[in-house]
Design a protein around this ligand. Structure first.
Ligand code: NAP
Length: 311
């Protein structure tokens, strides 16, 4: 059993990481870390040791073999470097860090040690994604349309960090779509156009209109918007010479001509199974491609100001 500490006891840690660890045959929850002193006292796991900082865990806590970093991205690099320096295996929530330079530094640190570094992209573990990649392999793709429209008030209520520099704004969900696109499409994408809409009172975009192309010139459009109320849209539509492939509901549902597949959500079970494999083989897996495309959009996109946003 790999003794793991969950660092950053917020929404994703509670919704997904803790249940996935509890259900895993490979991991046991050894500790939690978060500035809030309560830990898991409000759950049935009140006996799990809790620490206010990673430093406190490393100084006083039980032995751990690994950490899952579920904090906002702006503090991830420092925490990951501390853990790697202690020889701990590190699972990074998405995005792996706030900048590409930070990701490179983490890769260097992992390469110099013996611990595994896993930059997890949870959407890549959605049920339809690997079958979509396999279906597309060898087919001619003529265009791709990504639509990722959700209600930020529902999914990120009161999260200040997401609007701050490094928090990515609407690219926080949008990068999930890019993590899928960069896996299922056969060639790397390049940004060709980006228009980012920043609320007058925020440092991160609330919407973006993007276009990419691959080396063969295949067009990929991307429509991101955090202002969608009512039904939410997380769709990738791929036109091919063999018909249309649709990944619906963030990758959970796959539709190809003559077949619709809907399977149980196993994203975080898949992440922990993969992390266990990496730990066993002492190898690392870090793909910065989705973050690179987001960085390019911030670098080369047109920035517009739109109406102020209040939670
Ligand atoms: P969140 O609810 O704001 O939780 C983040 C937690 O990290 C908070 O408990 C925060 O404590 C804690 N924290 C901040 N700095 C820390 C530090 N230095 N050491 C230890 N803990 C620290 O955010 P979230 O929604 O869970 O998102 C966290 C990450 O998961 C983001 O990168 C996000 O993109 C990713 N993710 C989120 C979702 C989702 O549905 N929410 C889905 C997939 C991935 P304080 O609140 O006291 O600062």
């Amino acid at each position: 059993m790999i003794r793991i500490a969950v660092v950053g006891l917020g929404k994703i840690a509670r919704d997904q990481h803790l249940p996935a660890i509890a259900a895993s045959a490979d991991f046991t929850l050894a500790a939690t870390v978060s500035p809030d002193g309560a830990g898991l006292a409000d759950t049935g796991m009140a006996d799990v040791p809790h620490f206010a900082s990673l430093d406190a865990l490393l100084a006083q806590g039980p032995a751990v073999d690994a950490v899952a970093l579920c904090t906002p991205p702006q503090v991830r690099r420092e925490l990951a470097l501390k853990a790697l320096a202690r020889g701990l295996h590190v699972l990074l929530e998405k995005p792996p860090a706030a900048t590409l330079g930070e990701v490179a530094a983490l890769q260097d640190a992992a390469a110099q040690g013996r611990a595994s570094l896993f930059a997890a992209w949870h959407s890549r573990f959605a049920a339809g994604v690997e079958p979509a990649r396999a279906w597309l392999a060898g087919r001619t793709i003529t265009s791709v349309a990504i639509t990722w429209r959700e209600d930020v008030r529902v999914w990120h209520p009161g999260q200040a960090w997401i609007w701050q520099p490094g928090g990515l704004g609407v690219f926080d969900p949008g990068i999930n779509a890019l993590s899928i696109a960069t896996l299922i499409l056969p060639r790397p994408l390049f940004l060709t156009r980006a228009v980012l809409d920043f609320p007058a009172n925020r440092a991160a975009p609330i919407a973006a209109d993007l276009a990419f192309a691959d080396a063969a010139g295949t067009p990929v459009s991307m429509d991101l918007d955090w202002r969608q109320t009512g039904p939410q849209t997380w769709d990738i539509v791929v036109q091919t010479d063999a018909g249309t492939l649709v990944l619906h509901q963030g990758g959970a549902v796959l539709k190809v001509p003559g077949c619709t597949q809907t399977r149980e959500d196993r994203e975080y079970a898949g992440i922990y199974a993969r992390f266990a494999e990496l730990v066993a083989s002492r190898s690392s897996e870090v793909d910065a491609a989705p973050l690179r495309l987001v960085a390019d959009a911030f670098l080369c996109g047109t920035h517009r100001t739109c109406a102020a946003f209040e939670d």
